[in-house]
Design a protein around this ligand. Structure first.
Ligand SMILES: [Zn+2]
Length: 506
């Protein structure tokens, strides 16, 4: 038998409507055979779902990958519409060129908007289906911070969403997509049921080890078996602010539509009954500063990690709000490291001044909710310099190369700030800090512009209870009532509280 021909393609971005446009230069891009070569190499640079998909397909038997293109933008604002149109056009053409095809794998995030369109993901799925026809299996993987339009569900056979936040299961989900596709190639025709629950969950309520979201995922997984093929409970991404926002339950069954329907209704009902747990519960800045002062004064106590939630780079934050830097500096707390602050001008100044030099610094910050977007410090000292190219060594992004432009470690009295030229440092890799002469064990308070994925890296240095979510202002504040929303379907919990909803009436 001839090996099955499978098209592999991907387009992924998490768009925060409040953040600056993501231009074509910000996308990582692969095309054609380079995708297969990288995915099968010893140290691949592709996103882990694609690697998992290849390894999954390779382990089950002979197949013929037909890689088209993969463009991955990470997290930022809306994508440049011209670029996304161009990518979808390119996918149309290259997919048409490889017909006939036996199946398609799509790597996707599921929370992209463009400067002109709120549903490019749905457009992509529709385009692919149009070309391959109704009978060709299409299996996709998405982030759990995705917003699901009906046309995504209608045009893919099975959508496999991550099940972990912090995200540590991308590789496994890619492999799972391969297993499902193999089963479909052998004749299985899944049936899918999906329900949108009117909850736009603050991202702090979407951790999966515990809490309402973890409970839903756990229950969904307990139902997998001979009939239920996949359960994807998709938490959503509030900051896209679209008409498709909500918490989505998608259940795929192997044969029985009623089994899919039953479980989908059960999970949606559970989610709604539990809605009051999808809330934020954050620590005010003043309290966080107090904790940092204590940690600095008592070196024998456990160190503290403060998550600067208003400037979460992983959700479109710009990595340069001043609130934590200013409050901690003014408090005089000892042993603080601000684990990244993006300020190209300052990074250049430090590199020009050289190692050990001192100068007056003005930190240039985000002007979100803050017209005075500068913070001046009389004297900073350049403690360490680095060209800014490195590979992440731990956690969900391990293996990914990063270019943050020239970076430096500045000392401001008793605290330090890692200043970067560009935005991509979601958290400083421990190996990078070591290269820059810093011993993580000596840090008393580490401030990260990240919400959850850092946990998968820093849980070996910090206790869970000492990881504090701080209520800072910014584009990514999970306090959803603080933002203006223009496109959500209303009413939606928890922005609207006083309404009833039932799966059966919807
Ligand atoms: Zn995510």
């Amino acid at each position: 038998m001839l090996p099955k021909k499978i098209a592999v393609l991907g387009l992924a971005l998490e768009s925060n409507r409040h953040s600056p446009v993501v231009t074509r230069q910000k996308f990582r891009y692969w095309e054609g055979e380079a995708i297969t070569l990288d995915a099968r190499s010893e140290s691949p640079k592709l996103v882990k779902e694609v690697i998992g998909f290849y390894r999954g397909m390779d382990s089950i038997g002979n197949w013929e990958p037909n890689p088209l293109l993969i463009a991955v933008g990470g997290a930022g604002g809306p994508a440049d519409a011209v670029y996304i149109r161009e990518m979808i056009e390119k996918i149309r053409h290259s997919l048409t060129d490889v017909l006939p095809i036996d199946g398609v794998y799509i790597l996707n995030h599921g929370a992209m908007i463009t400067t002109e369109d709120e549903d490019p993901d749905g457009e992509l799925y529709e385009a692919v289906r149009e070309i391959v026809g109704p009978d060709t299996p299409i299996v996709t993987t998405i982030d759990l911070h995705a917003n699901i339009p009906q046309r995504m569900v209608d045009n893919a056979n099975v959508i496999v969403s991550y099940r972990t936040d912090p995200h540590v299961d991308q590789y496994d989900r890619g492999k799972e997509a391969a297993t499902i596709l193999r089963e479909m190639l052998d004749g299985m025709c899944p049936v899918v049921k999906n329900i949108r629950v009117p909850i736009v969950a603050p991202n702090v309520s979407l951790l999966t080890d515990s809490g309402p979201y973890g409970d839903l995922i756990k229950y969904g997984q307990s139902q997998l078996g001979r009939e239920i093929l996949n359960v994807s409970v998709v938490g959503g991404f509030a900051f896209s602010d679209t008409s498709k926002n909500g918490l989505h339950v998608i259940v795929a069954a192997r044969e029985d539509p009623e089994a899919a329907e039953r479980l989908c209704v059960e999970l949606a009902t559970m989610a709604w009954a539990d809605r009051e747990r999808f809330m934020w519960n954050l620590t005010p800045i003043e309290k966080a500063v107090e904790m940092a002062l204590m940690a600095g004064e008592n070196p024998s106590t456990r160190p503290l990690l403060l998550a600067d939630l208003g400037d979460n780079i992983g959700a479109g934050g710009q990595g340069n709000t001043l609130w934590m830097l200013e409050a901690l500096y003014q408090s005089g707390a000892k042993g603080v490291l601000i684990g990244s602050f993006c300020d190209p001008k300052l990074a250049t100044m430090a590199h020009e001044a050289g190692l050990g030099a001192s100068f007056k610094a003005v930190f240039q910050g985000d002007d979100w909710e803050r017209p005075d977007n500068q913070f001046a410090v009389g004297k900073v000292r350049v403690r360490s310099l680095h060209p800014g190219q490195f590979r992440i060594t731990q956690g969900p992004l391990a293996g990914i190369p990063v270019d943050a432009g020239p970076i430096c470690l500045l000392e401001l009295g008793d605290m330090m700030v890692l200043v970067t030229t560009s935005r991509p440092i979601v958290w400083p890799d421990p190996a990078l800090l070591e290269t820059m002469g810093l011993d993580i064990e000596e840090i008393r308070t580490l401030v990260l512009k990240c919400r959850s994925n850092y946990r998968a890296v820093y849980n070996r240095y910090f206790d869970q209870e000492m990881m504090i979510e701080v209520d800072t202002p910014g584009r990514t504040s999970p306090v959803l009532t603080r933002h203006t929303w223009k496109h959500f379907p209303r009413p939606v919990y928890p922005i609207d509280r006083d309404f009833e909803w039932s799966v059966l009436k919807d």
